[in-house]
Design a protein around this ligand. Structure first.
Ligand SMILES: [Zn+2]
Length: 440
């Protein structure tokens, strides 16, 4: 959630990842030390002499339990840093430790090796750090604000909540996620989707909007039309023949078709001189209802959607941009790709509004950061205005005409309040778990 940070004060670096690359760690330290507080975290007792660090710089796992429970090490590192977790960024080289960091910190950067196999890359994307950088130069770029990470997350957020000014931002990322079924059709992803049970949900305007769009697609059409327009530009450099979408089941509102139809009015559609005639949702059809997929596993989803779609013969020889909303297993998207290919499409560029990273169901953040309503016993949660679609913080217990004047905060103020609540002293160690763990 890097982009919602108001200020970066410090870095926690997972030092175990740099065991074999002391030179790189040295360069990172030289780069960051003049501007930020640095604390190093280790769960495995790395030999620090090779890394030019003193034992004082490093927070090491104290017990065998902490080696499993990396979160505890991070909690101690955050306390040692003394800055609020909302101003602290976690830097690692191996995606494995990101999960613990996500539950405690709002900023994560993964510096990965230059070439990774598609399967490993897919694993990285299941953890979805805020930034994926390859080298020191990339790290500089993401700290300068020249690139603001997930383009869709940026566009979905209300103005004024960013660490960086829009003028400084030169580009946005729509990261390319490998597609294991159709390897020639990797997927451009606008952002991440966190479900409401994930502690990151309430900091995340794109997730708020996506959830809201399931019942109010019209209210989000303007925002998503911008987001898709920018994505089409990033994915194709402006060279494509038609934009279509994964059709919804006939019994449902075709949300994606609504967003596509709103595109000609989008600023980013006009500024890139796209042709309104290139918007062709009708190129893909879903004539019959297929079963609801949400509760199915990967294999059953694949079987359920097989043969559900049909493609217009017009797609032959064309470069088609295929838009979908939230990608979970990719079963519907891949079935649409199969049908488009069978109809002779020359090239397909899939683009999704968001991808599901691993869901976190942490008690930590969600309990500590509740904003009380005041007039009632409940607390404020992320919501969207049903008319304008704009995210805000409203009472979880709000009911129409109940006579209570429930509290309200703008998205920006709500996030500020939540961040102020994220103080290091609130990050208690898991002592209870610790003693349990040692008895194993
Ligand atoms: Zn209330």
């Amino acid at each position: 959630m890097f982009f919602t940070l108001q200020k970066i004060e410090g870095f926690i670096i997972n030092v175990d990842d740099f065991r074999d690359d002391a030179a790189l760690l040295d360069q990172i330290v030289d780069e960051l030390k003049p501007r930020y507080k640095l604390v190093f975290a280790s769960k495995s007792g790395t030999d620090f002499s090779a890394l030019r660090l003193t034992e004082d710089d490093v927070v090491v796992a104290e017990s065998s339990f902490e080696k499993f429970m990396y979160q505890n090490v991070l909690r101690r590192a955050i306390t040692k840093m003394g800055s609020a977790p909302s101003t602290t960024v976690f830097l690692c080289k191996d995606a494995g430790s990101l999960r613990s960091a996500h539950e405690l910190l709002l900023g994560t950067i993964l510096m990965h090796r230059h070439s990774v196999a598609p399967l490993e890359r897919l694993k990285i994307f299941q953890q979805f750090p805020d930034f994926l950088v390859q080298d020191l130069e990339d790290l500089r770029v993401c700290l300068s604000g020249e690139c603001l990470g997930f383009g869709g997350e940026f566009l979905a957020a209300p103005e004024g909540i960013f660490l960086f000014h829009e003028d400084d931002i030169k580009y946005h990322e729509y990261p390319l996620v490998p597609n294991l079924e159709h390897t020639d059709c990797p997927v451009h992803v606008a952002g991440r989707y966190f479900s409401p049970s994930d502690p990151r949900y309430s900091f995340h305007a794109l997730s708020n909007r996506i959830l809201h769009s399931k019942k109010n697609p019209g209210a989000q059409a303007e925002c998503f039309a911008e987001l898709i327009s920018l994505g089409v530009w990033v994915a194709t450099d402006g060279s494509f023949d038609a934009i279509t979408r994964v059709p919804s089941r006939p019994s449902k509102v075709d949300r994606l078709a609504l967003y596509l139809k709103a595109m000609p009015k989008a600023e980013r559609f006009k500024s890139h001189n796209f042709y309104p005639a290139s918007i062709q949702p009708e190129l893909l059809k879903c004539p019959d209802d297929y079963p609801k997929l949400t509760t199915m596993d990967f294999k059953s989803r694949k079987t359920a959607v097989k043969g559900a779609f049909s493609a217009d013969p017009q797609v032959e020889g064309k470069h088609i941009v295929l838009v979908d909303d939230v990608q979970t297993t990719g079963a519907t998207l891949n079935e649409c790709i199969r049908v488009l290919k069978a109809a002779g499409a020359a090239k397909i560029s899939p683009l999704v509004l968001a991808c599901h990273p691993y869901t976190l169901q942490s008690l930590g953040l969600s309990v500590e950061q509740e904003i009380p309503c005041g007039p009632c016993d409940s607390h404020l949660i992320g919501k969207c205005n049903s008319k304008t679609g704009e995210p805000f913080f409203g009472c979880a217990n709000w009911k129409f005409n109940d006579g209570i004047n429930h509290a309200y905060k703008t998205f920006k103020d709500g996030i500020k309040t939540k961040m102020m609540l994220m103080e290091p002293h609130l990050l208690q160690l898991d002592n209870e778990l610790e003693s349990e763990g040692q008895s194993f």
